[in-house]
Design a protein around this ligand. Structure first.
Ligand code: FES
Ligand code: FES
Length: 170
């Protein structure tokens, strides 16, 4: 099987029925997709396959032979964060981070698909993505900011009266 992951072509050696999640994490060493429920219910494993969000825990690698896969590593780098990564940082939209890459990729597909900054529409786009840190308000704020094209000074974080879990306290 052949997969292009974050712009790099790979000849995949895993069995065709191996999950995309296992191929990414175990064979290719790309660890942003997380194994949460591994039953399709949490969204932590979400990646983009040919631009569309897919739950990699439910996707057989052989079923997407020849596809282009994007993980959060493909959005930007620490020294050149993508607008979505900047917005999540600025708005404290990541706490423990377990759900974050799946959230970001679903949000990325939403924005690229012409999504608006309407909070209810964003919530609908992210439905089925579970944040065990319950940071949903900040996540929606971040996605709306990307839609608006906000620019961020990442040395200054967004003020929020409702922010109660800064710094990853669990
Ligand atoms: S790990 Fe895939 S949806 Fe939960
Ligand atoms: S930040 Fe969402 S699960 Fe922790």
């Amino acid at each position: 099987m052949n997969l292009t992951v974050n712009g790099i072509a790979h000849e995949v050696q895993s069995a065709p029925l191996a999950t995309l999640l296992d191929v990414l994490r175990e064979e290719l060493g790309i660890t942003s997709p997380k194994a949460g429920c591994e039953q399709g219910g949490c969204g932590a494993c979400t990646v983009l396959v040919d631009g569309q969000p897919r739950r990699s825990c439910l996707t057989a690698a052989g079923a997407i032979d020849g596809s282009e896969v994007t993980t959060v590593e493909g959005l930007g780098a620490p020294e050149s964060l993508s607008p979505m990564q900047q917005a999540f940082t600025h708005h404290y939209a990541a706490q423990c981070g377990f759900c974050t890459s799946g959230m970001m990729l679903a949000a990325e597909a939403y924005v690229r698909g012409g999504g608006t900054d309407d909070p209810e529409a964003i919530q609908e786009a992210l439905a089925g993505h579970v944040c065990r840190c319950t940071g949903y308000v900040k996540i929606v704020d971040a996605v709306a900011a990307v839609v608006r094209g906000d620019e961020f000074d990442l040395t200054v974080t967004a003020p929020s009266a409702g922010m109660t879990n800064i710094g990853g306290a669990q």
